[in-house]
Each structure stands twice: as C-alpha cells, then as structure tokens.
Design a protein around this ligand. Structure first.
Ligand code: SAM
Length: 215
C-alpha cells in the first residue's frame, strides 16, 4: 500500500528479514506490500513493523514476521495455488498468502477475531481470501483439496482431516509439540507418502479443536 506513510517501516522490516535469512523474493515483496499496521490493535500499532509477535484480541497473537515469512518460503507458492490457513488470527498472514496464491481460505475459531480479520483484509484491498469461522482441525472440505495448508497454532500431531485434504504434491506446515514448545514441521505429500522434515524451534498458541488440543 503505497503512500500510507508506513512504506519506510515496511522496507526496514524487509531488510531485517533478509538479514535473518529470508531469501524468497516473492515473500519479501509481499512483506514489503501488505500494511501490517492495519492488522494489529491500536495499542501496539507503533510496533507493527518490528520483527516480533504482538498481542491481538481474544488472548491470541499475531506471529513474528520472520516466522510468517519462513512459513511462506516453505509453502513455495507460484501464484496458482488454492491455500488453506488454519488460525487466521489477525488476518495478516492471510493477506500475505493472498499476494502469493490464487485463492486463500482461512479458518478462525474465535468469531470476533474472524470478523476483525475480514475488516482488515477489506481495508487492505484483499479480494482473493475468505475467512471462515470454525474448527480448523477439521479442515474445510467444500474447497478441498489444497495445494498448501498452513497451520498457525501448535498441535500434538498433524490433524488427520488436513492430511486428507492435501492435494498431490501439497505442502502442510505446522508447529508440532506440546503446549510450551514445538518444532515447525513441513509435511509434503509425495504419492501415497507424507515426507516430514523439521525446520526450527518455535512457540505458538495451542490449536484447540477435535484433532488438536482438546482443552
Ligand atoms: N497467522 C495469524 C496472524 O497472522 O495473525 C496468527 C495466528 S495465532 C498465532 C493462532 C490462531 O489460531 C488464533 O487466532 C487462534 O484463535 C486460532 N486457532 C486455534 N485453534 C484453532 C482451530 N481449531 N481452528 C481455527 N483457528 C484456531
């Protein structure tokens, strides 16, 4: 969003992410374009372009930009994909995905967060993303299969319905572990197989639902 007064801050955030090892130019371009300040509460707006996680409503967080950029690199999108995001939160990652894929379906379990994510996406001019309310551990069958599934909350294991809804050659990115610490994990569907690799230690809020943490 040019001319909104935040362009210099976005450029500095892009430089920070490059220094921290983010190389994918399309991802860096998306970070340099999406107005992150529209997705954070007024009280922390002055910190919108720092490379830190920030609190949002419902005792949730908007993740650290470096982590979000890493997810996007792992998703390796070309612009033609249909993507499922589980845990829309503020809608910021949804907006980044919308720059990099054809269509984005984002599920959020807290209705008030889904509502403010929709408003922020509209304010940011995003047209190819839909925010749905529900338990994202079940995926969203009407729009499946998905070329990439990004789960932005911690789970003890990969929810079965998400594996079922992953397209051939699809990529699923999820933090796996207990409530206190997790490992960011990439699962790739290769034929009938799911090839798993681990990426980095991370800390996310829990994925609460039928196939995640149950309480
Ligand atoms: N990517 C988000 C952003 O850019 O703001 C941050 C996501 S935040 C770390 C995790 C989100 O997952 C929270 O908003 C939480 O309410 C949501 N969540 C947790 N369990 C969920 C579930 N079963 N289905 C959908 N959303 C869920």
């Amino acid at each position: 969003m040019e001319g909104d007064g935040y362009g210099g801050y976005r450029t500095r955030l892009v430089e920070t992410l490059q220094q921290k090892g983010i190389r994918d130019l399309a991802v860096l371009r998306a970070v340099g374009t999406v107005p992150r300040h529209l997705f954070v509460p007024e009280s922390v707006r002055h910190r919108a372009y720092e490379d830190v996680a920030l609190p949002i409503a419902g005792r949730q967080t908007i993740s650290q930009p470096w982590v979000q950029a890493r997810y996007l690199e792992l998703a390796a999108l070309t612009g033609r994909e249909r993507v499922l995001e589980v845990g829309a939160g503020s809608g910021y990652q949804t907006a980044l995905l919308a720059q990099l894929a054809e269509a984005v379906f984002a599920i959020e379990r807290i209705p008030a967060l889904a509502q403010s994510a929709r408003a922020a996406l509209e304010a940011a001019g995003v047209r190819n993303a839909t925010v749905l309310v529900g338990d994202g551990t079940l995926g969203w069958r009407p729009f499946a299969p998905y070329d990439a599934i990004l789960v932005a909350a911690a789970s003890p294991e990969i929810p079965g319905p998400l594996v079922e809804q992953l397209a051939p050659d699809g990529r699923l990115i999820i933090p796996l572990g207990d409530r206190n610490s997790q490992v960011l994990t990439l699962a790739r569907r290769v034929g009938e197989e799911l090839r798993i690799s681990t990426v980095a230690d991370v800390r996310f809020v829990p994925l609460l639902g039928e196939f995640g943490f149950t309480s």
